[in-house]
Design a protein around this ligand. Structure first.
Ligand code: GLN
Length: 210
């Protein structure tokens, strides 16, 4: 079983730990550099991206997080976590820092103030090609997603694979799930809907990278 951490500075940590266990991982909370050094993968939860970066700096985790992302540690960011993995942010506060690694432009609070939170159906497409991937590593098909003051992906670089787009409604076609190598990110919160496929996919990705 891969050992997957959840960055536990702020945000909905417990829901992610539970989903990771369901997906076949040993799940641990990560608050210190020593704990970060011991995981095979890391989830960056939703919450507030500016607060999370400040706390990461205070806990002396920001540089270690950047290093591990550069070194190829599988990371999965949801919502604020997606913002943390983005190389570029629109609609952020002046000079907002990130961990980076995903060659994307992410727009914060992209769906607008009126719709603080909403649900939408998605089309997901993803396969883990590495390391003898089996049929169950596929993440294909419809997915019901919950968005909470969510970002969207406005531009993707060449090496970035689009895993999911909104299927219906006014935001139809918007990119809300991406992957680049070992890094993946979703605008939505797969930890709170009871559908474990996205976490199971990440656990397999991290297991394959081990
Ligand atoms: N709007 C938040 C941010 O910019 C993200 C919201 C979330 O993670 N649910 O950090």
């Amino acid at each position: 079983r891969p050992r997957i951490g959840v960055l536990a500075l702020q945000g909905d940590v417990r829901e992610h730990l539970a989903m990771l266990v369901r997906g076949g991982a040993d799940a641990v909370a990560v608050r210190r550099p020593r704990e970060l050094a011991e995981v095979d993968g890391l989830v960056l939860p939703g919450g507030e991206s500016t607060t999370m970066v400040k706390l990461a700096r205070t806990f002396e985790l920001l540089e270690p997080l950047r290093e591990r992302a550069r070194d190829g540690l599988p990371m999965f960011g949801t919502c604020a976590g997606m913002i943390l993995l983005a190389d570029r942010i629109e609609g952020g506060v002046e000079g907002q820092e990130t961990i980076g690694g995903l060659d994307v432009v992410v727009r914060r609070n992209a769906f607008g103030r009126q719709v603080d939170s909403f649900e939408a159906d998605l089309d997901l497409h993803a396969e883990v090609e590495e390391a003898g991937a089996a049929a169950e590593t596929s993440l294909d098909g419809p997915f019901h997603a919950v968005f909470i003051r969510a970002p969207w992906v406005e531009q993707v670089g060449e090496g970035v694979e689009v895993l999911g787009t909104v299927a219906t409604g006014p935001a139809s076609g918007r990119v809300v799930a991406v992957r680049q190598g070992a890094l993946m990110a979703t605008s939505f919160h797969p930890e709170i809907t009871g559908d474990g496929r996205v976490h199971a996919f990440f656990v397999r990705l991290a297991g394959a990278a081990r």
